[in-house]
Design a protein around this ligand. Structure first.
Ligand code: WQD
Length: 340
């Protein structure tokens, strides 16, 4: 089966490619390297021994998409390509809506043109906004998003629902990721943010390796066990493997719109993450408590029982695995991991 993956050299795209190649799927990949590096292609080959048929370009360019769809017999598409930094999205909403929404419209138009209607779309738990309570199920209301990144994902979910309503032969799986962290156990690929990380785990890792001096904990006055924010951290390899379950689900369906939360069902606070990371890696992570971050919510963790039941998917990696693998990647790639 030939899978076209957009954002193939990104954090989730690269880890998913490793799992798919190891499971015998063929991959055609597209990336513009806006938040990744070409060398990731070699790293994927180093892990799997297999090549990806790669095209450099932007999903907004219908010419490159036409080239890909005419040169390859594509069975299914996995769309990862998007800007994903919450704070950054508040600063440049137009860029986020063009990149995260218009590009998907170009992709969908091309898929329709070549009669390819199997799509896995990477959405996010941010579409739930501030949840009334946790754990969050797929039936929770969505829409009160608090930043353009989350709103861009919400808009695309709405587009996909309208598309399916217009033509029930579309076969779509929407994955709402919670907080992906960690790295492949080899340490060859991992999360490699450019510049100062927006997210917690890469920030902790940079403090642990000495790249950054101290972690700022954004608030300890939330109504949680220790006052710091709680999130559902999921190992990137568990999350990557879910895409194989998603492919199988679509392959056994003649049309549908399926929505799944991808999380562990367990929430951890910021301080719990820091303590676990220190313990597992026997390393000190300096931190200080500062004020809350604009737009943050207190608590967010998933009920993933629908994915467990309908996809036969469940997580297997522990919090310790997440901390160990994240640090292992950072140590092995210290030069790359340097502040860029
Ligand atoms: C986690 C917790 C912070 C950094 C966002 C997106 C989500 C996904 C992951 C793309 C919070 C605290 C963080 C720091 C801190 N993105 N924190 N100091 O905001 O839950 O989710 O990123 O897929 O869609 O919404 O992730 O890692 O930024 O924050 O105290 O330097 O860590 O307050 O409680 P978030 P995060």
């Amino acid at each position: 089966m030939n899978i076209f993956i957009t954002g193939v050299t990104g954090y989730i795209g690269s880890h998913t490619s490793v799992e798919l190649l190891n499971s015998g799927y063929n991959i055609i990949g597209l990336d513009n390297f806006s938040n990744s590096k070409r060398e990731v292609l070699d790293k994927i080959k180093e892990i799997t021994g297999k090549d990806i048929k790669f095209y450099e370009g932007d999903m907004l360019d219908s010419n490159i998409l036409d080239k890909i769809f005419t040169e390859n017999n594509i069975d299914m598409v996995i769309d990862f390509a998007a800007f994903k930094a919450v704070g950054d999205s508040v600063q440049r909403p137009i860029d986020y809506y063009i990149n995260n929404v218009s590009s998907v419209l170009t992709l969908l138009k091309t898929m329709k043109k070549y009669n390819v209607k199997n799509l896995i779309f990477s959405s996010s738990a941010t579409v739930y906004g501030t949840p009334e309570y946790c754990p969050i199920t797929e039936e929770f209301p969505i829409g009160n998003t608090t930043n353009p990144y989350g709103t861009s994902k919400l808009y695309v979910e709405g587009i996909l629902k309208d598309l399916y309503t217009s033509d029930n032969s579309w076969n779509i799986c929407i994955f709402r990721y919670f907080n992906p962290v960690g790295a492949h156990e080899s340490g060859i690929i991992g999360e490699d943010p450019n510049g100062i990380p927006a997210n917690l785990m890469p920030f902790i890792t940079k403090v642990a390796t000495g790249e950054l001096p101290i972690l700022s904990v954004f608030g300890n006055d939330y109504d949680t066990s220790d006052g710091t924010g709680i999130r559902d951290y999921i190992h990137i390899v568990d999350l990557a493997k879910a895409h194989i379950n998603g492919i199988k689900k679509l392959a056994s369906s003649n049309g549908g719109l399926f929505i799944y939360n991808l999380g562990t069902g367990k929430g951890y606070s910021v301080l719990e993450m820091v303590n676990a990371f220190q313990k597992v890696n026997n390393v000190k992570v300096n931190y200080k408590i500062v004020g809350r971050r604009e737009g943050d919510i207190a608590e967010c963790y998933a009920d993933s029982s629908k994915a467990n039941k309908e996809l036969g998917w469940k997580t297997s990696k522990t919090l310790e695995d997440m901390c160990k693998d994240a640090y292992n990647y950072a140590i092995k790639n210290k030069d790359n991991f340097k502040n860029k």
